[in-house]
Design a protein around this ligand. Structure first.
Ligand code: SPD
Length: 342
């Protein structure tokens, strides 16, 4: 018995320091934005353990990183937030020598306006904002954002609990630019969202999917990838980008300036850019991807999706969000007032 105890103690001593030294990377991503199988495969292939956390909006993610108390090796922000984080030195340049699979990314997605030199961000997904609607309860397919002000859908609609997105659509509904920083435009958008608020069942992010699939409301403001997922689960659901135009977004993989395991982060980015992995991930996440090699593997099924392949005339009416500098505070303040208004 004594011998066994000594052996166990020796084995524990040998294992513990090794466990303490095990390589890890910490990943901070949107909810429902990676196939868990992909994380398992990465851990198995590389021996690097992934510590995974999620956020719901760019603003939540930014607040956590800018506060400085936490360190992540990988984050996946959207365009305007990448622009902000580059300006505030919160991101580091990527060493492309360590990410050979970046060759799979279509060059037209690289060096977008938010990362003009193409040094900080690896495009991961892209999409539009639009209206997801239930064809069983919505008589005519919506064509305008004004559907979201239609009293027919009183307490029968969901809006995004995301300041930049929801305010942008309110700006468009008021006939203003979705990147406007004019206080009068924003006052119009605020008034419209306050008028709309009694009709809104809830301001939600990822929860919108189960709720719309379950038929809890007729219409919802959603991102296209979530619409794709919902439509695959409930045949009665359809998606439209209204005729007034919308936002087109690009979510990209970045390495924060204070990352602890840059080499591990680069391996992870390279893994995500691999065609077979990007295909697996696309099939789970549902968002349009910039990875040409993966799209080729997916085949016809990819091009068949009108949600992820909007016609050029729709894309022509969509704009990318810009970082708005100090005016961002005005957005935050207005959003807080809308959400707390009774
Ligand atoms: N389930 C999370 C989806 C994340 C989509 N990002 C959208 C960014 C819009 N600015």
């Amino acid at each position: 018995m004594k011998k066994i105890t000594v052996w166990l103690a020796l084995v524990a001593l040998m294992i513990c320091p090794l466990a303490a030294m095990a390589e890890t990377i910490s990943v901070y991503n949107w909810g429902d934005y990676i196939d868990p199988v992909v994380l398992d495969m990465f851990e198995e292939e590389t021996g690097i353990e992934v510590i995974y956390e999620t956020f719901e909006t760019n603003e939540d993610m930014y607040a956590k990183i800018a506060m400085g108390g936490s360190s992540y090796d990988i984050i996946i922000p959207s365009d305007y937030m990448i622009e902000r984080m580059i300006q505030e030195n919160l991101l580091q340049k990527i060493n492309w020598d360590n990410v050979p699979n970046v060759k799979n990314i279509n060059p037209r997605f690289m060096a977008e306006s938010y990362d003009p030199t193409g040094e900080y961000a690896v495009p991961y997904t892209w999409g539009t904002m639009g209206i997801l609607y239930n064809t069983e309860t919505v008589e005519e397919a919506p064509t305008s954002w004004q559907t979201l002000m239609d009293e027919t859908y009183f307490m029968d609609m969901f809006m995004l609990n995301s300041p930049r997105d929801t305010l942008a659509i309110a700006l468009v509904m008021c006939g203003h630019d979705l990147n406007s920083t004019n206080p009068d435009d924003l006052a119009d958008a605020k008034a419209l969202l306050i008028e709309q608020k009694p009709m809104v069942l809830a301001y939600v992010v990822d929860e919108v999917k189960d709720k719309m699939i379950g038929g809890e409301a007729s219409v919802a403001l959603v991102w296209s990838g979530d619409a794709t997922y919902c439509m695959s689960e409930n045949d009665a659901l359809d998606y439209v980008v209204p005729e007034e135009g919308s936002n087109i977004f690009f979510d990209s993989i970045c390495i924060p300036a204070n990352a602890r395991n840059v080499a591990g982060a680069e391996k992870f980015i390279d893994f995500l850019c691999r065609a077979d992995i990007a295909k697996i991930n696309y099939e789970y996440v549902g968002y349009a991807i910039p990875n040409d090699a993966a799209i080729e593997l997916i085949g016809e099924e990819y091009n068949a999706s009108p949600v992820n392949n909007p016609p050029q005339e729709v894309l022509d009416k969509c704009q990318v969000f810009k970082y708005l500098g100090d005016d961002t505070q005005l957005y935050d303040q207005i959003w807080t007032e809308i959400i707390s208004e009774f």
